[in-house]
Design a protein around this ligand. Structure first.
Ligand code: PMP
Length: 415
């Protein structure tokens, strides 16, 4: 009897949503949202195929449009010298290093990129990872644990939040850019934890605004915490020579413990970095899971980032033009009465229009008028704060900016 029972497959009563992806409530909710967009009678604004290099122009469905949907801030992706460097690295080393750098994946190119990035940022050393997102997840996730506290800006990027979750530390958001509230949190909570990390960004990607870095440095010093600045959108962008928010505020670079950045925006590549002290980088290179147990950055990506960094240094005019065009766009949009949120000194300029559907319709109307700009809708932002996000590049011309604001003014949904 016992043997016979053991051979019988046990049939458990389980709802389909426990074991069938198409029955997951999250999946069904997504389908509902996609249907809502479809019912508007306009094409899906996501996964739009771009048929050319994506700078101040892009080609979609055979049409050339003025483009504001790329982080190619310095116009370096598509620049002949950068492409040539990537191709030459493929000729020298192949398309992949096919191993962790700790094993047999190390190349001189990696070391050159890390040293030149560290010098540019103004710190001792640097480590590069295969993605910007992975850089935040693995670094934060690895350096902190349940005995620690991480206090992060409420508008922090998803990769920072994922890093906090992975770490197991107590994670607390402080209101956006509100260093006074952060001070209060630290006064109340610092003594209950071992390590405390403050995380801020150089430029926030939803609103295009920047934190008051010297205030955060003062807090970090007074409360004896670590400070991490995510410069995904500010490296190559802020400061007279593009060295980032540290240069913008003229602060000593070693007053920030972890300078994080991505290689996928101003540096026209793919990957991320942490720059800081020799001790920090040495520790991460031997222990950070996303580095140790992952392949080294590809030769082409390493060479593209290195060539971009060198070009940025030899052509600082690109940074100046980017800053000028960003200022021109912001001022013109504001003069026409558009709500640009708190954007300042930044190539990210939101035009806040209200609810998500209005925003999608506006993006579609601009698309018809020859302008490509992404709608940013709920849940990425609050449902009444949906916006078009304009990313400026140094290649945008004044004429394109005027044409864009004029087209916006003509859209059926007026400001
Ligand atoms: N941090 C911030 C603030 C970002 O905006 C992004 C990407 N947009 C990342 C990290 C991740 O970088 P990547 O896309 O290069 O993985």
């Amino acid at each position: 009897k016992k043997n016979a029972d053991m051979n019988q497959p046990t049939s458990l009563e389980m709802p389909a949503e426990f074991y069938q992806i198409e029955s997951f409530p999250e999946y069904l909710k997504l389908q509902q949202q996609l249907t809502q967009i479809k019912n508007l009678g306009i094409p899906n604004p996501y996964f739009k195929v771009q048929e050319s290099i994506n700078i101040n122009f892009t080609q979609i469905q055979g049409r050339t449009l003025i483009n504001y949907s790329s982080y190619n801030y310095l116009g370096l992706s598509g620049e002949a010298a950068i492409s040539a460097a990537a191709k030459s690295a493929i000729d020298d080393y192949g398309t992949s290093v096919c191993a962790s750098r700790l094993a047999s994946g190390e190349r001189l190119l990696h070391q050159a990129l890390e040293q030149e990035l560290a010098d540019f940022i103004g710190v001792e050393d640097c480590i590069v990872y295969v993605s910007g997102h992975a850089t935040n997840v693995t670094t934060i996730g690895h350096l902190f644990n349940y005995q620690d506290l991480i206090v992060y800006d409420a508008l922090s990027h998803n990769s920072i939040l994922q890093g906090c979750i992975l770490s197991g530390a107590k994670a607390v958001a402080f209101p956006h850019n509100d260093w006074q509230m952060l001070d209060k949190i630290l006064q109340e909570q610092r003594q209950h934890y071992r390590r405390v990390l403050i995380v801020i960004e150089g430029i926030y990607s939803m609103d295009g605004d920047i934190p008051d870095l010297p205030r955060f440095i003062e807090l970090k010093q007074r409360h004896k915490t670590l400070l991490m600045v995510d410069e995904a959108h500010s490296i190559g962008v802020l400061g007279e020579s593009g060295q980032g928010i540290g240069e913008f505020f003229h602060v000593e670079r070693n007053q920030v413990d972890l300078w994080m950045g991505t290689l996928s925006k101003a540096f026209a590549s793919c990957g991320g970095y942490i720059a800081g002290s020799k001790a920090l980088v040495n520790y991460l290179k031997y222990t950070a899971p996303g580095f140790v147990y992952s392949v080294g950055l590809s030769p082409a990506n390493t060479a593209a980032a290195l060539a971009s960094l060198r070009l940025l240094k030899s052509e600082p005019g690109r940074v100046k033009t980017l800053q000028l065009r960003s200022h021109q766009f912001l001022k013109l949009a504001q003069a026409q009465g558009w709500n640009t949120s708190t954007s300042q000194n930044s190539p990210i300029i939101p035009i806040v229009v209200g609810d998500s559907l209005t925003c999608i319709q506006l993006s579609h109307a601009l698309f018809a008028a020859g302008i490509n700009v992404q709608p940013m809708i709920y849940p990425a932002v609050a449902n009444d704060a949906a916006r078009l996000r304009f990313f400026i590049s140094c290649l945008h011309t004044e004429a394109q900016i005027h044409q864009t604001i004029a087209a916006l003014n003509k859209c059926p949904i007026s400001n």
